[in-house]
Structure formats: C-alpha cells, structure tokens
Design a protein around this ligand. Structure first.
Ligand code: ATP
Ligand code: PRP
Ligand code: MG
Length: 283
C-alpha cells in the first residue's frame, strides 16, 4: 500500500498540538527539530514538517496527502482542498482593530483608511462584501505595531486572548473570521482507506478529549433520578455493590457542562464520585 504523507507545522503555534494528536493516534515517530521528514514506524505514513503557509498548496497539489493547518491559512491561500475534520485547537479570530484613541466607529469609517495585515485576500473579500474601500497594506508580521509607527490607521490580525492588541494600545473593532486547526486532504485522497483509518483514529481521540469517565455510587431509590442526568455513550452501566441497597454507576460526561452535571448528580443522591480522563472512544 502507498505510504501517505501528512504535512504539519514545523514550529509555531500548531506544532506541539499536531504532534500530540498524531502520537495519541498511536503513531510512532521521532520529532527532531532538525529533521523535516519523519517516517512513522507503525503506520504507512510520513510526517513532513513545514512552514504553515506552504501546507495548503502542498496538499492541493498532492505533494502531501493530508495536512494540519489553520483555517485562516487555507482561506488566505484560496486552495481547493477537502476539510476532513475540525481539530479543536489553534482557536483564534481574525479581527480588524484600531488604536484606542481613534474616531473610527463604524465599518464605513474605514473607507479611505489604511489597514495593515498579513491576510490581504481574506480582508479584501470581507471589505468588498461590506462595500468598503480601504487601502490594504500587506506586511509579513508584527502587524500590531504598524498604527503606532504611522504605517496604517487600523490592522487586521489574529486575536485569541487580546493581550497583543492591549499591549499595543489597540481595540478589536470587527470580526472577519474565526479559525481553528483543520485536517485537510487533497480532493484525490479523501476516500483513500488509510486516510479514512486515520480520520477514525483522530475522531476517537477528539471524542475522548471532550468527555470524562465518571464512576459514582448511589442508593437504588435514587438511581432513576441519577441516570436521568446521564446520557452516556449509549446508557450508563449499573453495577451491584456489596451493600444491597447501593449500586455503582459508570458513565461518560461531556467536558463542557461537567461541573453543572456533577452538582446536579450530587443533589440527586450521587456519592463517592470518581472522575477519570479517557484516552480514546471508538464507536
Ligand atoms: N494567538 C493565537 N492563538 C491561537 N491560535 C493562533 C494564534 N495565533 C495564530 N494561531 C493559529 O496558529 C497558526 C500558526 O500560528 P503561528 O504564529 O505559529 O504562524 P507563523 O508564524 O505563520 O508560523 P510559520 O513559521 O509556520 O509560518 C495560525 O495560522 C492560526 O491558525
Ligand atoms: O490575542 P493574543 O493571545 O495576544 O494572540 C495574538 C497574537 O498571536 C499571533 O502571533 P504569534 O504570537 O503567534 O507570533 P507571530 O506573529 O510571530 O506568528 C497573532 O499574530 C497575534 O500577534
Ligand atoms: Mg506562517
């Protein structure tokens, strides 16, 4: 069977999480900073370590079969690739921001103004859609300092905590797009069996991350009230305990409403609640 190639970022914001995800899928490979290609010893796959900007085109052109890259980079490079799976990391937003002491109050106020960005394609489309004519100044980094240097009136850049905007005296003004890391493939390899196998593994790791394994004890009288709060993967397992009136309930709980669910369970009579991380969930 043909060996697949997956392109991930060599260093930067997505590198560590991409490596961690692939390792959690059971793939064995070395992650030397100096090597740009690394074979996987237990799956017909090679990992290519690249600048993130190059990943969408490598995948579109079939040089790599798969890639992990931010949605913002895919949109900016305007490639034809298949979106296989959103990966839940590298979450950020592309925003227009202006200096704090600025009189730009509406999108219309950006007419005739200079906006510095490393995302001229996405910004250009956004402004066109809104009917705004600005002067887009494409620069390759450190976008946030450009208003302070008198190079632009506004910026369009990625924001997550907002710390970089704040420390440069800027405030977010308009949302252009939100982004996260995505697994992409070339149109030609999407249905390849090995690609499908890898997607299954990735999904089982992602599902496990979104949930916790919970074991709790409950008096039989309160079992219905407790199980009503627990949808589980299918339904909770109920195991008898040495003490006749009591049972143990095993289930999984979604991470997002975890604490609310735990306090509801306690109110319904759950005791001795033990919570464990899950490695994989295979459906
Ligand atoms: N502050 C942030 N928080 C979360 N995710 C981010 C943030 N900034 C960027 N990202 C996401 O991580 C991706 C990589 O960001 P990074 O800053 O490492 O890119 P880069 O400097 O262009 O790297 P490269 O050297 O590979 O070209 C971005 O394209 C975006 O999808
Ligand atoms: O809202 P914040 O949490 O402050 O994050 C935003 C910053 O993160 C990104 O840059 P990064 O730190 O990745 O550096 P880079 O510009 O060298 O890629 C982005 O370009 C912003 O500058
Ligand atoms: Mg880059």
């Amino acid at each position: 069977m043909k060996t697949l190639k997956i392109a991930i970022q060599k260093s930067g914001r997505l590198n560590e999480k991409s490596v961690e995800l692939l390792k959690n899928c059971g793939l064995n490979f070395e992650n030397y900073k100096s090597s740009l290609i690394s074979p996987v010893s237990n799956f017909p796959l090679e990992i290519l370590f690249l600048r993130d900007d190059d990943i969408p085109e490598y995948v579109q052109d079939g040089i790599a079969d798969l890639g992990i890259v931010g949605e913002n980079v895919i949109e900016e490079t305007e490639v034809e690739v298949s979106y296989l799976q959103r990966l839940g990391f590298g979450k950020c937003s592309l925003k227009i921001a202006v200096p704090n002491n600025n009189d730009i109050a509406t999108l219309e106020d950006l007419n005739g103004k200079a906006i510095a960005t490393t995302y001229p394609v996405i910004l250009g489309k956004f402004l066109k859609e809104k009917g705004i004519q600005s002067d887009i100044r494409t620069i390759s980094g450190s976008v946030e300092i450009s208003p302070g240097l008198g190079l632009s009136d506004a910026i369009c850049d990625l924001v997550s905590t907002g710390g970089t905007l704040k420390s440069n005296g800027l405030k977010a003004f308009a949302d252009v797009m939100s982004s996260e890391a995505i697994l992409i493939s070339s149109k030609a390899t999407e249905s390849n069996d090995l690609v499908q196998e890898l997607i299954q593994r990735i999904q089982s790791v992602l599902r496990a991350k979104e949930t916790k394994y919970v074991v709790l004890n409950v008096k039989k009288d309160n079992l219905d009230a407790v199980t009503a709060l627990l949808p589980g993967v299918k339904s909770p397992s109920v195991v008898p305990l040495a003490e006749a009136d009591w049972v143990a309930v095993h289930t999984v709980i979604p991470e997002r409403d975890f604490w609310d669910r735990i306090s509801q369970l306690k109110q319904a009579g759950a005791q001795g609640i033990v919570v464990m991380p899950i490695e994989k969930i295979i459906l």
